[in-house]
Design a protein around this ligand. Structure first.
Ligand code: NAD
Ligand code: MG
Length: 391
């Protein structure tokens, strides 16, 4: 049986992963994986529930203060409890065949690298690993010999479409975006939207931060950078189209004018199931598409005036080096400030852009230490900008 660890088991992707594992167990009539480590953060109850359910060897909270509560929640289960950053890295690096990387944000980079270095196949939901560390992250995978399977739905769709096609046949990649809850809202009104309004995603159910990133289109900005690294296609041949129904997840244009699309219900279990069963397929209890009931699929161009994030991603890719890492680090700080009510919705992109301008001369990273340093520097500058605006 394959050994599996899940980093970020208590989040939205973690929950969908549990659903898929249950379906795999039902199909086999018994355990589908031997579960090594599961990790979470402050939500100890969800972490302990998952650890018990999966009979994991160890459950780790990233929050060192959570240890007593985690121990209590796991009492009598036989699951080892641990907490804190070092324990998280140790657990992530325990021998496993497959590791689901589903911690939110740049916080996922170091634990995912620990899993990469231990030689595991990586199921990558955490897009920030590639956005922040790009080629250096891919080099680590190449050195350790594990396989990288994209779980982000668009990239998983591209991976499925592209299998069997040569690089020279590929003309362009098209990522779809739902457009978020403010797709048709005026810029004036967007200035005043609240975190509660931004948390209401029209088609996907996800964690809070990625949901708000979908409302700013920063999620799609990160995904363009993710696709650039994963599929080695130049930025000018990576496009974004708004598709409110979220049924077509991505498309590939070939040199002969053919366009191949991947369709599925807007449910992360599909991509997770593909990656967990790869190269096989498992039956999944997800909605089936009823095309006649859907009637129509709509597509429209993103509005660059109201959603500057896509332009920032293009500028970051053109600048290269640590620019994508800086954009992401600054965005994470500005997003946190928006959730805390300290800056407005449109200021998230303004803070990211100002941070990128401020740090435009940072040297390209030649090692991962420099990536972590650039991320920290972006956070420091963005926090200063937030303080100046919130004052
Ligand atoms: P989430 O907020 O629901 O869950 C995040 C997980 O990370 C939780 O287990 C949480 O305990 C843990 N965590 C939070 N802060 C941490 C820290 N500082 N250190 C260690 N662990 C920490 O997030 P999510 O929506 O499941 O997204 C997870 C990742 O997957 C993100 O990178 C996101 O971009 C990506 N992703 C998510 C979806 C989705 O549908 N939710 C789709 C595509 C990609
Ligand atoms: Mg996605």
């Amino acid at each position: 049986m394959r050994r599996l660890s899940i980093l970020g088991v208590s989040g939205s992707i973690g929950e969908s992963t549990l659903r898929v594992i249950e379906a795999m167990e039902a199909a086999r009539g018994g355990p589908a994986f031997e579960v090594v480590a599961v990790t979470g953060n402050a939500n100890v109850a969800a972490l302990a529930r998952a650890a018990r359910r999966l009979r994991a060897d160890i459950a780790v909270s990233a929050d060192p203060d959570a240890l007593p509560a985690l121990r209590e929640a796991l009492a009598g289960s036989g699951v080892e409890a641990a907490a804190g950053g070092q324990a998280l890295l140790e657990a992530a690096g325990r021998p496993a065949d497959v590791v689901m990387s589903a911690i939110i944000g740049t916080a996922g980079l170091a634990p995912t690298l620990a899993a990469v270095r231990a030689g595991a196949d990586i199921l990558l939901a955490n897009k920030e690993c590639l956005v922040a560390a790009g080629a250096l992250f891919l080099d680590e995978i190449g050195r350790a010999g594990g396989r990288l399977l994209p779980v982000d739905s668009e990239h998983n769709a591209l991976f499925q479409i592209l299998s069997g096609h040569e690089g020279a046949e590929i003309e362009r990649l098209v990522l779809t975006a739902s457009g978020g809850p403010f797709r048709t809202m005026s810029r004036e009104r967007m200035r005043r939207v609240t975190p509660a309004e931004a948390r209401a995603h029209p088609s996907w159910s996800m964690g809070e931060r990625i949901t708000i990133d979908s409302a700013t289109l920063f999620n799609k900005a990160l995904e363009m950078i993710e696709a650039w690294h994963l599929f080695d296609v130049p930025p000018e041949r990576i496009e974004v189209v708004v598709h409110p129904q979220s049924v077509v997840h991505a498309l590939v244009g070939l040199v002969d004018g053919s366009m191949l699309a991947h369709l599925g219900p807007p449910d992360m279990a599909v991509a997770i199931g593909h990656a967990l069963a790869y190269p096989g397929r498992v039956p999944l209890p997800v909605d089936r598409l009823d095309l006649a009931a859907l009637g129509q699929l709509a597509f429209e161009p993103p509005d660059p005036g109201r959603f500057p994030a896509l332009r920032l991603a293009r500028e970051a890719m053109a600048a290269g080096g640590v620019a994508p890492c800086v954009m992401n680090g600054a965005k994470e700080i500005a997003l946190g400030a928006f959730i805390a009510g300290r800056v407005g919705f449109l200021e998230i992109a303004e803070v990211a852009e100002a941070t990128m301008a401020h740090l435009a001369d940072l040297a390209p990273a030649t090692d991962l230490e420099a990536v972590f340093a650039a991320d920290a520097e972006a956070r420091r500058v963005a926090a200063d900008l937030v303080r100046a605006r919130a004052a």
